[in-house]
Design a protein around this ligand. Structure first.
Ligand code: DGJ
Length: 707
């Protein structure tokens, strides 16, 4: 078969693929209303002088053997042989919007299986499987998923970060060569979130063509945008293998992680909304499909000082504040008096809990709350009974000193006995206690990860998945939170096995504004843990009043991260108020469409969530610094029904006096705040509403309701 042209289509996005003799994506862009396959021949390229005499396609596998001269999609060999595969299509199967292409290189004895699926949300998922057809192992250096980008996608956006400073966006213009993200930390990482966004110059929240990709993988990775010398562009993403780490034996198939790709003709919001919809419909699952309960997590309240009587008093107070799930963090197991010891000893600390955990759990349940507990199974402290019994269970390379991180080492999950030990201990914890929720932590990077002397970062990641799979199957009603010193393991693959993320150990509302906005490009609010912390933030020592902290935690999965017994009544009243406000609106927040709003003043962060039926909209305006201008710019409210009338209401505002004497920012409020006002959705979307002048580090919540 020659030049078969196939299309995957959705309401917003299409992908057009030429399947023979080599599979090549010709188009990934807006949905085409009038497409016919013969149109595709208009893109047949000229052959330029001064280079190869044949056309060089950027194929599905981006093989160098086609004269790609860029970063190839596959690199590997058999002791130096069979190192430049070129795959010829052998089979094509389209079922609805799912396409499977098989291809072979008989010379290199490799088979390629490519799976592409375009979801109704507009999200394209792609993965490749490479099968070794020969007796000797094929050493894999790289296997990537490559997607072509339109030549007009000249700008790149990515996220950098670190502990307590996750999801920080940055941008570059890319005219030539490559922009590359590489992560060798052995987990998704705070530093290199596995995503890249390319777009037309100055793409924004509401405008521009945007192509965003995310690699669903919780280990080492590499992502790249390449501008070829001929002007063509592509994005590439892969699991990154350490030297010698990966080989495929005869008959074995190695699958790439899934690449999730979202094209939007309407800027970043369109991209994110498709990702959110995809996750909601395909990945996010909550046992019992109930509303996300408001949390209280003990970590920043009591750290390692666990006294069951005191914890029960905390639980009493939490319940009185409206908390619905109470979580005991680090410090409950044998010998864990500080962060220098005891990881691996997953037995109850009977000195702290002489009567066991059950009385505390029963107490929490009697108060009508769910119960959660913290674990960090992948780790082992040098000062632990487990290490003393099994020093050889550490993930390391023989002959080298393994550095500790947070005083701990990593347990080698590839050792069957170590794996089984964890299954047994976690099953004791979850099977013999009435646990609803597990905060699963992971607090260090992998350095020289080794098993039998060979690099084993990839294998460790797979065993981590297997461990969660075994436990998830055994305890299907238990929810898992993925935490890794805050936001060090946030990705779509771990989300298939968990229910919520802890985005950051930084509960400073000012910092959280940026972190949460960064995370929102890829994740909807219901999986984003957002806790009200102590008024003097433990990560930054910055102080914020309860209104700013409460509103900042509103558009997420809300919780408290503090000891409610040590604060004054005014603070407690604040927790009560924001927990209630969150519950009042959580259905909209956890199911509606999220909008980030471009504001002329970069110090103003505005966002909204509009219910699916467009009857209700919530908008938060957060003023991060001193406003740049005397007046704040009007807030345009996207996502409403143009023809409908909406009532505008101030739902929550900071504890400042807004007017008159003593009011330091305004003599007069915007009129809609003084007298009831309605306006059409069209007007609110296009013209907007005047904003009150906000102090730095304050926020307001505005609601619109269809009348
Ligand atoms: C790191 C987490 O991010 C924190 O929330 C807390 O659970 C500590 N670990 C406990 O050691």
């Amino acid at each position: 078969m020659q030049d078969a042209i196939l299309r995957l289509e959705s309401n917003t996005v299409d992908v057009v693929i030429k399947t023979h003799p080599f599979a090549e994506i010709l188009y990934w862009g807006p949905h085409l209303q009038h497409f016919s396959p013969q149109d595709a021949s208009s893109l047949a390229r000229p052959v330029a002088n001064g280079r190869l005499d044949v056309d060089s396609p950027v194929t599905l596998m981006a093989e160098l053997g086609h004269g790609l001269f860029g970063s190839p999609g596959i690199e590997g060999h058999r002791l130096g042989l069979d190192g430049s595969p070129v795959f010829t299509t052998t089979g094509v199967q389209q079922q609805g919007q799912t396409l499977t292409v098989t291809a072979e290189d008989a010379q290199a004895a490799l088979r390629l299986t490519s799976e592409l699926a375009l979801d109704a949300s507009g999200v394209l998922t792609v993965r490749h499987g490479v099968t070794n057809l020969k007796a000797q192992p094929w050493q894999v250096d790289r296997i990537a998923v490559t997607l072509p980008l339109a030549e007009r996608a000249q700008e790149v956006m990515a996220f950098h970060g670190r502990w307590i400073h996750e999801f920080q966006p940055h941008r570059v213009e890319l005219e030539h060569d490559s922009f590359v993200i590489e992560n060798r930390r052995g987990k998704t990482s705070h530093e290199h979130f596995p995503a890249l966004i390319s777009g037309t110059p100055s793409f924004g929240e509401m405008q521009g063509d945007v192509w965003g990709v995310h690699l669903g993988w919780s280990g080492n990775h590499r992502l790249r945008v390449e501008a070829k010398t001929d002007g063509r562009r592509y994005v590439q993403a892969e699991a990154l293998y350490l030297p010698g780490e990966m080989a495929i034996d005869e008959g074995e198939t190695l699958w790439t992680p899934r690449l999730y790709a979202s094209y939007s003709a309407h800027g970043l919001n369109g991209m994110s909304q498709q990702f959110h919809r995809y996750l909601r419909e395909n990945i996010i699952r909550f046992p019992d499909n109930k509303p996300r309960p408001v949390h209280l997590n003990t970590w920043e309240g009591i750290y390692f000082s666990h006294d069951p009587a005191y914890i029960m008093k905390m639980a009493d107070e939490a319940a009185a504040l409206g908390v619905e799930r109470f979580i005991i963090d680090d410090g409950w197991y044998k010998g864990r008096s500080d962060d220098r010891r005891a990881l691996g000893d997953w037995y109850l600390d009977e000195n702290k809990y002489p009567n066991g955990l059950t009385p505390v759990i029963d107490h929490v349940k009697a108060l009508g709350m769910e119960f959660g507990i913290w674990v960090e199974p992948e780790m082992i402290s040098p000062d632990s009974d487990l290490y003393r019994a099994h020093p050889d269970w550490v993930l390391a390379l023989p002959g080298y000193a393994q550095a500790t991180g947070r005083h701990q080492l990593v347990l080698n999950l590839n050792i069957p006995e170590a794996f089984e030990y964890l299954v047994e201990r976690m099953s004791w914890l979850l099977g013999e206690h009435d646990v609803d929720y597990v905060k699963w932590d992971m607090n260090r990077e992998l350095v020289q990860p080794g098993h039998h002397g060979k690099a084993a970062a990839d294998a460790q990641t797979r065993q981590f998945y297997r461990l969660l799979d075994v436990l998830g199957k055994r305890f299907p009603r238990v929810e898992f939170e993925s935490c890794s010193s805050g936001g060090g393991r946030i990705d779509y693959e771990v989300l298939t096995r968990s229910h919520r993320f802890w985005p950051s150990d930084n509960n400073d509302a000012l910092e959280r504004n940026t972190i949460q906005r960064g995370m929102s490009y890829f994740f909807p609010p219901e999986v984003m843990g957002a806790h009200i912390g102590h008024h003097k933030c433990h990560a930054t020592f910055r102080q914020h009043d309860i209104a700013f902290r409460g509103l900042t935690a509103l558009f997420g999965h809300m919780g408290l991260e503090l000891d409610p017994l040590t604060v004054d009544e005014q603070e407690r009243e604040g927790y009560r108020h924001y927990a209630a406000l969150h519950k009042q609106w959580r259905e909209v927040i956890h199911t509606g469409t999220q909008w980030r709003i471009d504001m002329p003043d970069a110090a103003t962060l505005a966002q909204g969530i509009v219910s699916d039926d467009k009857k209700q909209g919530l908008f938060i305006v957060s003023q991060l610094k001193m406003p740049d201008y005397t007046l704040m710019m009007p807030l345009r409210m996207p996502g409403l029904e143009a023809s409908a009338q909406y009532r505008i209401t101030l739902l929550d505002h900071p504890n400042i006096r807004l007017t008159g004497e003593g009011g330091h920012t305004m003599r007069k409020l915007p009129a809609w705040m003084d007298a009831p006002q309605t306006a059409s959705g069209e007007w609110l979307m296009q013209a907007g509403i005047a904003l009150p002048i906000l102090d730095p580090e304050t926020a307001i919540l505005i609601g619109v309701e269809r009348v």
